[in-house]
Design a protein around this ligand. Structure first.
Ligand code: GLY
Length: 369
């Protein structure tokens, strides 16, 4: 097992990464001083079914008490990230409060479970501890680390939220083995992102191997998760509250990516990672046309790497104009301000503001399949 510390003074915590960690989760909780709390374990029915035996047995050995809170089974997990579900979770906390033990939360699942649970922990009694147990690749390399929490409003995603760090992140790599293929590709988009923004040798490893080879090599794969978690931890340490222009680079590919997701929300044609993959290419295309990216081969290398992880190179089903509108432009606000993270060279990105809308539109048109 590898331990990666996230050093944030009194908000510091460890990320534990390894195989079969859930089998000894009780011991990890005891070592972290969390075993004497009353937990509410937040998860989804199908995820809990996979890990119930291991977790309940290990908790029983350490006499760790927990109550289960399962999110409703809706069409998409994002549909659970609402004020209504969050408020039910808060009420469950209140119903257990004042008994023998102090309360804490545990998020077992992907980004939705983590965000919702973290936001309940952040505000209940002005903050109680919570543990992140990410069970998707995206959550293990990105969303479970760094304390971004929140729920959606009808007006937009994550509008209600705050940054509130977990007490521990426990990433059991063996928990990923039951993920469907598309979830693997989804998570690898974020891994490729770390290569593009910072880690040249990680990118080179990804471009040489590809999805199947990496999934089949447990040691290499574990090293990849550790490297991504370390980059995320370092970035969060440098700019915990996303105010210094450091953490923002983690949003590489996300400006156009989020807009593609938002524009195609009705069809839900793209996973987050698929949209981010195309978004990274849009950023490369914009960067080339502005002369920020001089290396003519980088876009092609990124395309080849995305293909090796079964990620698309184009978006379909919506127009470039609809995506531009989702970025924040409409016919009335053509001069609206924007901010993109653009590659300068492999392993280095920069923030560029106020890019002319024609440049963005032309990059989007080039990525329309
Ligand atoms: N997922 C981007 C961040 O945590 O800042």
């Amino acid at each position: 097992m590898k331990t990666i510390p996230v050093r944030l003074k009194e908000r510091s915590y460890d990320i534990l990464i390894g195989q079969n960690l859930l089998g000894s989760i009780g011991t990890s909780f005891r070592k972290a001083g969390l075993a004497d709390r009353q937990f509410i374990l937040v998860s989804q029915k199908n995820i809990w079914a996979l890990f119930e035996k291991k977790i309940s047995e290990s908790f029983a050995k350490e006499q760790i008490q927990y109550k289960l809170f399962l999110l409703p089974s809706l069409k998409s997990s994002e549909a659970c990230k609402t004020q209504a579900v969050w408020s039910r979770l808060i009420k469950s906390l209140a119903s257990l409060d004042g008994k023998n033990r102090s309360l804490a939360l545990l998020a077992l699942g992907g980004g939705v479970v983590g965000d919702l649970t973290g936001f309940a922990a952040a505000v209940y009694r002005r903050g109680i501890p919570y543990v992140q147990i990410p069970t998707t690749l995206t959550a293990q390399v990105d969303s479970a680390i760094g304390g971004k929490t929140g729920v959606d409003l009808p007006e937009g995603k994550n509008l209600l939220g705050c940054i509130y760090q977990p007490a521990m992140v426990l990433s059991d790599i063996s928990a990923l083995s039951s993920l469907p293929d598309r979830h693997w590709s989804d998570g690898f988009a974020e891994v490729i992102k770390y290569g593009m923004i910072q880690d040249v040798s990680l990118f080179e490893l990804l471009e040489k191997t590809g999805l199947q080879a990496l999934r089949g090599d447990a040691e290499k794969f574990e090293e990849v998760i550790e490297r991504c978690a370390k980059i995320k931890a370092d970035t969060v340490e440098a700019d915990e509250f996303d105010k210094k222009g450091v953490r923002i680079v983690l949003n590489f590919g996300h400006t156009a990516g989020h807009a593609i997701e938002a524009a195609s929300a009705y069809s839900r044609a793209y996973t987050h990672g698929e949209a981010v993959g195309v978004g990274m290419l849009v950023a490369c295309d914009i960067s080339r046309s502005l002369g920020v990216l001089k290396d003519a081969n980088l876009t092609q290398r990124l395309e080849k790497t995305l293909m090796k992880f079964n990620l698309p190179l184009h978006f379909k089903g919506v127009s470039a104009g609809q995506v531009l509108e989702a970025i924040g432009y409409d016919k009335k606000s053509i001069q609206k301000k924007n901010r993109f993270i653009l590659p300068v060279k492999l392993g280095k990105v920069t923030v560029v503001k106020d890019i002319p809308s024609e440049v963005i539109q032309s990059a989007l048109e080039g990525r329309k399949g």
